[in-house]
Ligand binder design. Structure first.
Ligand code: TYD
Length: 200
């Protein structure tokens, strides 16, 4: 039987560089001969497109609970259609956001963390989750385009507070993201390679 793959998740505030780093990590892993794939939440499926196109573009205000459910359902679809098949083939899946985004963002919006965890219990927890740590003041400056509600400084501060709870309890591994891009990139790769070595 083929060995099950590895599920890695990259987390961070909007503008923390997580998408760039997730892509670069996949490329580095591929160059080293690993079969790695990039995925993202919200997903590239129909529900993910709906979430991006309506809620995130602030075209529609939906109740926070509805929003949390939508992210959770999209996460199940992402897992069933993309993550699970890739893991079955023994691949390394690098997911740009996962359940910790719901905990951080919907938690920062005032929803109970235990309840968020409960509605997300169908989503597989990642084998390793990284938090790219960049101060909220820095990410807000980095985001030049018109800020959506989610991107305002106060929101980012609250989101970071929740992320730090999971750094403190050891679920998220922090990486200092307030450094040169190449340095952050190397630190992430080093961490992942060490993790893969220990797993082997
Ligand atoms: P982001 O990765 O920044 O998307 P893009 O690639 O379009 O820049 O994520 C989109 C937004 O969705 C971000 O502000 C965080 C939010 N989000 C949640 O609030 N809950 C979730 O569960 C997820 C996955 C994302």
């Amino acid at each position: 039987m083929k060995k099950r793959g590895i599920f890695i998740c990259i987390e961070g505030l909007d503008g923390s560089g997580k998408t760039t780093h997730a892509h670069r990590l996949v490329r580095h892993l591929q160059e080293k001969g690993f079969d790695a794939v990039y995925t993202t939440e919200p997903s590239r499926g129909e529900l993910g497109k709906f979430i991006r196109g309506t809620i995130l573009e602030a075209k529609k205000r939906v109740p926070r609970v509805v929003e949390a459910f939508l992210f959770a359902v999209d996460r199940v679809e992402h897992f069933e259609k993309e993550v699970k098949p890739a893991l079955k083939e023994g691949k390394i899946v690098v997911s740009d956001r996962c359940v910790y985004s719901s905990l951080a963002y919907q938690g920062a919006a005032g929803l109970d963390l235990e309840w968020i965890e409960k509605i997300n219990r169908f989503a597989l927890p990642p084998d390793l989750a990284i938090y790219i740590d960049v101060p909220p003041e820095v990410v807000v400056k980095r985001i030049r385009r018109k800020k959506s509600v989610m991107e305002r400084l106060e929101t980012q501060r609250r989101v970071k507070e929740v992320y730090m709870k999971f750094v403190d309890n050891g679920k998220l591994v922090p990486i200092d993201g307030d450094r040169k891009k190449a340095e952050v990139e190397q630190n992430i790769l080093k961490l992942i390679l060490e993790f893969l070595q220990n797993k082997a």
